[in-house]
Design a protein around this ligand. Structure first.
Ligand code: RI2
Length: 306
């Protein structure tokens, strides 16, 4: 699949989930590298152009530009290599980066599962592969758990979570988004786990629309609200105050109602005070520790003056 085709699939959400879009973009650039020609400088230029196409595919998940920027960083590090050797070494480094991202998922599953106790009733919103892996690991560890999944209007990604969990033989219930408060009370939810599309240096989390309402309910009900995310979803630019655009998708995804303006924001922001823990591949942290972890993980993006 070409860079353009990959970008189209990401925009149309045929490829979705913040980690999967980052991996798909990285793989597309790795394939692009194979066919590059010309001087190393011109190959890097072509790679940057392809990277720009991919970055534009969706605006709210920082994992996408982070992955693209990292591939370009790798290419620039290999700038002194010539032609074939440049492509060989850069592709090898890019594949290593993809391996690391996949490995992160397993580490988060392990650390996240350690936060779950046997008998827990858990709730999740939308479809995060990372969260699904956490729940599956808890079950593999012999913990008896039950999960409530929200539908997650308008695109019903919650169905994907519910299907994946019930396939893994985890008792799963599906609720409409507006039943979250009711379900937390009626089913004694112990913990909420959600994924992330972007995490800012101040610990604020961008995730699927509705996440912040779930967090409000969790706070009110004194239920732990836990975010499971690879550090590739941390925003290094947020250290300098940059935010990300909240994607407004086609109103037709919601409904058609003549004479009414339909709004379809795809994400919202959950403030750090609603987040109890963030599970990353580097360990379980408090939102106040995000800044430090960004400095450690994205050192290649900062200068000495940062
Ligand atoms: P993983 C998804 O966005 C959801 O908001 C989900 O929580 C987040 O990405 C992280 O997903 P969308 O692509 O990387 O459905 O954990 O809009 O799979």
């Amino acid at each position: 699949m070409s860079v353009t085709q990959t970008a189209k699939k990401i925009s149309a959400m045929e490829i979705r989930g913040a980690l999967d879009i980052a991996i798909a973009a990285t793989e597309a650039l790795e394939r692009e590298l194979k066919g590059l020609k010309g001087t190393t400088n011109s190959q890097i230029k072509q790679l940057k152009k392809a990277g720009t196409t991919l970055k534009k595919a969706r605006p709210s998940a920082i994992s996408l530009p982070n992955a693209v920027n990292y591939v370009i960083h790798i290419a620039e590090e290999n700038r002194d290599l010539i032609d074939k050797e440049f492509r060989r070494k850069t592709r090898e480094d890019v594949r290593e980066f993809i391996r690391e991202q996949k490995e992160s998922l397993h580490k988060i599953a392990e650390y996240g599962a350690n936060l779950i106790e046997g008998g827990d009733t858990l709730l999740t919103h939308c479809n995060s592969d990372t969260v699904v892996e956490v729940f599956k690991k808890a079950q593999e560890d012999g913990k008896r758990i039950e999960v409530l999944c929200t539908e997650t209007r308008p695109r019903h990604q919650g169905y994907l979570s519910a299907k994946a969990l019930s396939k893994a033989k985890i008792p799963t219930k599906l609720i409409v988004d507006s039943a979250v408060h009711y379900a937390m009370k009626e089913y004694n939810v112990d913990k909420v786990f959600v994924g992330a599309d972007t995490v800012f240096s101040n610990g604020y989390v961008i995730n699927k629309i509705g996440t912040s309402q779930v967090a409000l309910c969790a706070k009110h009900m004194e239920v732990d609200f836990i975010v499971a995310t690879e550090t590739i979803k941390f925003s290094p630019e947020s250290v300098h105050g940059k935010t990300v655009e909240i994607e407004m998708r086609d109103p037709g995804e919601v409904t058609k109602l003549s004479g009414v303006e339909i709004l379809n924001p795809a994400f919202d922001v959950t403030e750090a005070e609603y987040v109890d823990s963030i599970v990353t591949e580097k360990g379980v942290i408090h939102p106040s520790a995000v800044y430090q972890l960004i400095k450690e993980e994205f050192g290649w993006m900062f200068t000495e003056n940062d």
